[in-house]
Design a protein around this ligand. Sequence first.
Ligand code: FAS
Ligand code: PHB
Length: 389
Amino acid sequence: MRTQVCIIGGGPSGLLLSQLLHRKGIDTVVLERHSREHVLSRIRAGVLEWGTVELLREAGVGERMDREGLPHLGVNLALQNRAFRIDFQKLVGKKVMVYGQTEVTHDLYAARDAIGGKVICEAEGVTLHDLDTDAPFVTFVKDGSEQRIDADYVVGCDGFHGVSRRSIPADTLREYEKVYPFGWLGVLSRTPPVHDELIYANHPRGFALCSMRNRNLSRYYIQVPLDTKLEDWPDEAFWEELKRRIPTDAAERLVTGPSIEKSIAPLRSYVAEPMRWGRLMLCGDAAHIVPPTGAKGLNLAASDVHYAYHALADHYLEGDDEGLERYSERALARVWKAMRFSWSFTMLMHRFPDQSPFEQRMQEAELEVLESSRAAQTVMAENYVGLPY
Ligand code: FAS
Ligand code: PHB
């Protein structure tokens, strides 16, 4: 088999890139390790930057998002049993869209099917070859038989545990990492959200987040120690702890119900450089991981896809290779700024195991500066809604 761009990974990055390139007449094949059902069973991100919204619309997958998504004009930060609002519209004239990653991925698979996109699921043993030549190829096993795809370019959209980043020679790859000493326990419940916007809460007992997927599907998180097991947190215990960490007025409004999904996610900040080596380009979690505090993971994947899409389209349609040559530089410039915001917001909102009372007060003072300073709120708003591409 031969294609122009072989994409490894059928998550949001890989599907979005293949859809955008296909609509420009550029041939792609997506190789996904798992079944489509497995990919669609994951509950992950919930907030889309407007840049992501516009890219999804450009890919022709914005219709259900525009119909069912919830535009949010602000976000709420809570401390010491009170909350204050960061007004995106007033401060920076922008907004975000609340629409789950699961729905985005579902819409992308449907769009790939609708225009005959080639997505090969349950592709096992994907291996990348000759990336440092002008004739790279990929091998994999499908239904027990070895297959080969020759391509001009390979784009690794295969997430943190994928094969692509590991195909860059160790003496070329530079890695930067910070692992946080806690995780997030997340619950999805068929209950109305506690508020019509998100609430991020700093509390001496630990961080909490009140989010949503729609007006009858809520997503909540509480910070938990790294050694936490799901069985430590029956629903009743989760709801009681969440109520202790959010302001009383919200806790009194909280509608609880059975969890329909419950999971624990570890938190890390991670960046791999470069994001291009030879004919291999990396997009999304294959190249970087952010703590979900700033809702940047999926959105950084989208901006990587934006740069990769334009670089490849310029190459094939205009014969212009500047985008390819500068892909890693351009993508990383935005990655590092989002990495900073996600790290900074995580450090501000979470309780660290060895945190002193003084440090708790410093976090609260930082939040009080945010509460009272339009300038500080503007910086927060600029980063939360997404810096320009
Ligand atoms: P993905 O990991 O989504 O997709 C990679 C795909 O490649 C997967 O389908 C995988 O099966 C496939 N793959 C892997 N290895 C392969 C191989 N060798 N061959 C073929 N295919 C292979 N972000 C937020 O903004 N907010 C959140 O709340 C949030 N919560 C998260 C919770 C968890 C548990 C995790 C893991 C991530 C979370 N994220 C969140 C980040 C997440 O949304 C990612 O940023 C997003 O999925 C990135 O998309 P992709 O780059 O496509 O990677
Ligand atoms: C979510 O709704 O899953 C969500 C929202 C905002 C975040 C993280 C997760 O920062």
